[in-house]
Design a protein around this ligand. Structure first.
Ligand code: ATP
Ligand code: MG
Length: 422
């Protein structure tokens, strides 16, 4: 019986890896310019870390975590909590007043798998810790915008403010009051959320709930003076940087720790999985996790599966990697010569292939075609004897003699010159 991968867990195949690499390389290039340093984190953490940060009444903690209950540990469902745990544990706050960090890796959530939604998925996560200035919120969103633009992706940015512990309770109360009148019409999830996590009703995907909240009170009308000023200054900075955005007062995010600015980068090309990146501010969280007092932070995570899907959909064809040279060797002595030659070519940083099976020339030419080689060097017994191989340009089909003189090292160098100038 064949054993298959677990539902919601996927292999990333060689032909897909190019896009993943492009994502990672682009992220690293941009982050470097913004002074964002990489940190690599474990994928298992104490369950308590997530319960305390993400919040007990959120979907993630209620039903999506992969936990080893006998050991009290959990596969991380997101990266912010782990990153802040590391920030606190290693005393990062004494290194620099404002610390910019990123991490890339797999996350685990037990949700229903569908296009752009898996149980193991990957995120590029970035956090700016130690600054509460609105300019930082804008800078972070600008990083996201620049990254997505570099990848030629068309997405839109939506922003909202969730207020703080001073102004949100008042809003929560008036929202519950409003929703209570429509209680019977809400979906089952929202009936349950109404008292535990009423803000989540605002971004419920169900059509009836969506319609019901249209006239609900807006959080933007309940912000305290500080939060209101913060949010309008964030918008001024976004305008200043030329980052285009729209306000969405229904966006609340699924994690408890957010306050003030929240944002999402959205696409209309992936069906229900519209968010390719999302995040927000979490000013009280570091203290709540046992870190230094008054350490604000803001961050966001990009979903790499959704980004690669979008790249496939929105980007033009990428050029496949070409094998530079294929050596078609006929007979034992030629294979020996050929294997030494391709090793020299590889040492020079060129892609080179050979078929050790000593098959017919026709079979080997077919193999050369499969590797998408630019040149094939044909070496048989006669060619070895006369020290003259046949070099075939696979695009023009033109064949020229190639001297098999001196060492294979020397021959590899000759081939490199040839490839460079052709
Ligand atoms: P959604 O509303 O789509 O469930 P979320 O609010 O749960 O997203 P976040 O926790 O904010 O997602 O994670 C940030 C990003 O990570 C998302 O915008 C998305 O691109 C990606 N992401 C989240 N969950 C998954 C998943 N199960 N599979 C693939 N990507 C995911
Ligand atoms: Mg989710």
């Amino acid at each position: 019986m064949k054993i298959k991968a677990i539902n919601g867990f996927k292999d990333i195949l060689p032909e897909e890896v190019a896009l993943w690499r492009q994502l990672e390389t682009t992220a690293r290039e941009i982050f470097r310019c913004f002074g964002v340093e990489e940190i690599r984190l474990p994928i298992l953490e104490k369950t308590e870390l997530f319960a305390r940060s993400i919040g007990g009444t959120t979907d993630i903690v209620e039903k999506e975590m992969y936990s080893f209950t006998d050991k009290g540990i959990t596969l991380r469902p997101e990266a912010t909590a782990s990153l802040l745990r590391a920030y606190i544990q290693h005393g990062f706050h004494v290194r620099q007043p404002v610390q910019r960090l990123f991490t890339i890796g797999p996350m685990f959530r037990h949700e229903r798998p569908q296009k752009g939604r898996q149980r193991q998925f990957h995120q590029i996560d970035i956090e700016i810790i130690g600054g509460e200035e609105p300019a930082i919120d804008a800078e972070l969103m600008a990083i996201g915008q620049l990254f997505l633009t570099r990848l030629n992706l068309e997405v839109s940015l939506e922003i909202n403010s969730l207020g703080c512990t001073r102004c949100r309770p008042g809003f929560r109360k008036s929202l519950i009051q409003y929703l209570n009148d429509y209680k019977e019409q809400l979906c089952d999830d929202c009936k349950r959320r109404l008292n535990s996590n009423p803000l989540r009703v605002l971004d419920c995907k169900s059509r009836t709930c969506k319609a019901l909240v249209q006239d609900a009170p807006s959080i933007l009308d309940s912000l305290c003076d500080d939060c209101d000023r913060h949010f309008s200054t964030v918008q001024e900075h976004l305008d200043n940087l030329g980052v285009v955005y729209t306000l969405n007062r229904f966006m609340v995010r699924g994690l408890d720790y957010y306050c003030r600015t929240t944002f999402e980068f959205l696409t209309s090309d992936l069906g229900a999985q519209a968010a390719v990146a999302a995040g927000g501010r979490y000013d009280g969280l570091i203290e709540q996790l046992g870190g230094p007092k008054n350490t604000p932070g803001i961050g966001f995570a990009m979903g790499m599966e959704r980004l690669t899907l979008l790249m496939e959909q929105q980007q033009k064809e990428t050029v496949p990697v070409r094998a530079n040279i294929f050596v078609a060797a006929l007979g034992e002595a030629a294979i020996k010569h050929g294997s030494s030659l391709i090793y020299q070519l590889r040492k020079l940083g060129l892609r080179a292939d050979i078929d050790y099976k000593d098959r017919s020339l026709k079979a080997q030419m077919k193999q050369a075609g499969r590797t998408n080689a630019r040149f094939t060097l044909i070496i048989g017994e006669q060619e070895l004897e006369q020290q003259k191989g046949i070099l075939r340009n696979m695009d023009t089909k033109e064949q020229t003699p190639f001297p098999l003189l001196e060492s294979t090292e020397h021959q590899a160098e000759q081939l490199r010159q040839l490839i460079r100038t052709s």
